[in-house]
Design a protein around this ligand. Structure first.
Ligand SMILES: [Zn+2]
Length: 310
């Protein structure tokens, strides 16, 4: 769905947007796309080169999220990685393993505990990296959305990863792999769900922008861990994780005015940053490693982007 088409729908029928969101499940990919030509840093809506889009984004970002009644991931969340492609290196994998191992319990992920389900049960600040597997590239380097789902389901079918409805499976593609429905031009990542072997499983795509679209999807050099692709993927991973937890099936927490989920509200908004010894900007520390991670939308005490909660 293109941004302009979405606007047309918004003007025509608010209920249509809601229905489309719930039906399509997959988030509005454009919401996680930093317009090209914009340097690294905050997405500055006052100086965007497209004033109409800037005005629209401002309106969308000011609209509060509301609860639409669907399930929320209130059990401790497990992360499973699928390293896709043959160009992964251990330093890059370490950056992404470390954030998945330490984001749970952090003041940053605690933002998600302000979200709750129909029983008023809140998200818990617990995430574990429960497993990972590799796929050297059995479906080639240009993945369709269906291919990405197959990468996930085949990892489960083969026994490489368990079937787990309290997990989010992340397809982490290497720098040589792209996603044909719009990686780099429409989105940097996305999340969705499907029914598989009787379970509702959640999965996400996170692309590696290092050589394909560094400016569009936020890969800089220097980067906090000197792994530009993986450092950029860490923020995209966080975005998709927090959306999968609070809106796993696309019918829980989002804005009925814009379709935005929590991560979308604060995409490319980093808040206060510091400068690491290598000159890279960072704003979060997980374990002992530094990251530049977008803010997330907190519901309490009032709805806003935040770096941590409380
Ligand atoms: Zn999003």
């Amino acid at each position: 769905m293109t941004f302009s088409r979405k606007l047309t729908m918004l003007a025509a029928c608010l209920a249509c947007v809601t229905a489309a969101h719930a039906g399509a499940i997959k988030e509005d990919k454009d919401s996680l796309f930093k317009p090209t030509g914009k340097g690294w840093g905050e997405l500055d809506l006052d100086s965007m080169s497209h004033p109409e889009r800037a005005a629209t984004l401002k309106a969308q970002r000011s609209a509060n999220l509301t609860y639409q009644g669907g399930p929320v991931m209130v059990a401790p969340t497990k992360v499973y990685y699928i390293w896709y492609g043959s160009a992964w290196d251990s330093a890059s994998q370490n950056v992404l393993n470390n954030i998945a191992s330490h984001i749970g319990g952090s003041p940053y992920f605690n933002i998600n505990t302000t979200y709750y389900n129909a029983s008023n049960t809140h998200v818990v600040n617990q995430v574990t990296l429960a497993g990972s597997t590799s796929n050297a590239g059995t479906l080639g380097s240009k993945l369709t959305d269906a291919n990405i789902q197959t990468v996930v389901t085949s990892a489960i079918s083969s026994g490489a990863l368990p079937l787990d409805s309290n997990a989010v499976y992340f397809v982490m593609t290497d720098k040589n792999t792209t996603a044909t429905s719009g990686f780099c031009t429409q989105y940097c990542g996305w999340h969705t769900n499907t029914n598989f072997n009787g379970q509702n499983i959640k999965y996400a795509f996170v692309g590696n922008p290092e050589t394909q679209c560094a400016s569009a999807c936020g890969a800089t050099s220097p980067s906090p861990n000197n792994t530009p692709g993986a450092d950029a993927m860490a923020s995209i991973f966080s975005h998709e994780l927090e959306e999968a937890v609070t809106d796993p099936d696309g019918n829980a927490w989002y804005s009925t005015q814009s379709g935005m989920e929590n991560g979308d509200k604060c995409a490319w908004n980093f808040g206060t940053t510091a400068t690491a010894s290598n000159g890279a900007k960072y704003n979060q520390t997980f374990g002992t490693m530094k990251y530049l991670i977008q803010q997330n939308w907190v519901l309490q005490p009032s709805q806003a982007c935040a770096q941590h909660y409380p």
